[in-house]
Design a protein around this ligand. Sequence first.
Ligand SMILES: *Cc1c(COP(=O)(O)O)cnc(C)c1O
Length: 498
Amino acid sequence: MTDSTVAPAPGVSASPLAPEWLSLPSDVNALRGQEWARDVVRHPAGELAVDGVSVHHLAEEFGTPLFVVSEADFRARAVEFRDRFNEAFAPVCGGVDVYYAGKSFLCTEVARWVLSEGLRLDTCSGGELLVAQRAGVPGELLGLHGNNKSAAEIRRALQMGVGRIVADSLPEIELINTLAAEQGVRAKVMLRLTPGVHAHTHEFIATAHEDQKFGLSLMAGGNNSDRNPAGQNVAEPSPAEQAVLAAHAAEHLELLGIHCHIGSNIFDAEGFALAARRLLAFSAQMRDVHGIELAEVDLGGGYGIAYTEADTPRPTAEIAQAMAEVVASECASLGLVPPRISIEPGRAIVGPSTFTLYEVGTIKTIQVDLEQGHGATAPRRYVSVDGGMSDNPRQVLYEADYSVTLANRASHAAPVLSRVVGKHCESGDIVVRDAYLPDDVTAGDLLAVPATGAYCWSLASNYNYVPRPPVVAVKDGAARIIVRGETDDDLLSRDPGA
Ligand SMILES: *Cc1c(COP(=O)(O)O)cnc(C)c1O
């Protein structure tokens, strides 16, 4: 990898349309390591390769668009979470259980990687449970989430002997109890609580009442307004407390503990720490007031990753250490036996392990009016690729930024501010909003967009009847399909008239 901090060549200047965070690269061929799987390199001849397989081979064999996962990188990140969190928490509570959040990206192969590295698996639907079952994941290593689980999903979880169902509401506690009774089993449940901490990337917001659909509030009158429309009866126990009492009393439930998940792509430990403090204080209160011990606390997922040069996630070890210190000191001051801790990273394991390979098609340069430019304009180059919002809807959904590089060759041309767009009938169909690509990018070139492992394939759609791309795993110089791409027959298979 080349150093990109050297001054750009004379005569090349930043575009006035570029966002502030985007720097003009001195070398458009350089890969910033933080955004890429560890075994992605640019060969001296100029082409990108992952674990010994070059991108033109991948494009020839599997076509584009293509999701390319480095198996070694995925496994390394899974092991990193397992080991750094276990090291940090060993002196506090013996260690942690790490659940990979399957909703970020799941197929049977990935479920097996997770299992073989000693992690567990979180699911949030009957379909995700089915993938886990087909992959042979033992039920006791699975969790099931969801704010509106169907009876069928809960039944499936109970039949599979799922290790924990994370109950999200008071009616659901009753439903799980009823269905467990029907099956003659005792369901293991955690309770999803809302600690009043929302976090996203660099900020977190601490509130009392949370205005969102998940979980059971720690605040009296928190989210049972059907019973307490004016929110005045402060003597009524919080939904969280009611849930603990209900789950503890339910004959067919075993209450394991409490859970929270405060947000996504979080870069600092403070949000996690505050949520942990609030959950531990609640645990101590349940012990003191009701004599109920909550043996487990899950602190959720949401660990941030680098999508662009603007992102600087903290090392896993640092976050783990910070969280372990908070749990240790909080338990000491509450006189609480430290609970078993679990976490649920998704994005931080699979996100950076994967890039998407596209082929360039149409290129247009638009003269864009500059704000207060008094008639001045600046060029923006639109580079169209053969995928788009159907394989990566994150720009459209969350205004997520990505980076991109020319993948099939190196270039000595000047960097030009470019926008990588898809092929869909939608002007918002953007993959990479702002990036510098070399001036000589042309139709037929390959572009690689890094950090697309999480919430891209799993959120993919068939918009415009565009088939969803395959996913290949690369390992030790060989690539293999782990999810095949859709065919015309797949696209038509549900239309009885086709
Ligand atoms: C989405 C989710 C996760 C994983 O979040 P990441 O940002 O992918 O780490 C973990 N737990 C729960 C309950 C979730 O909903």
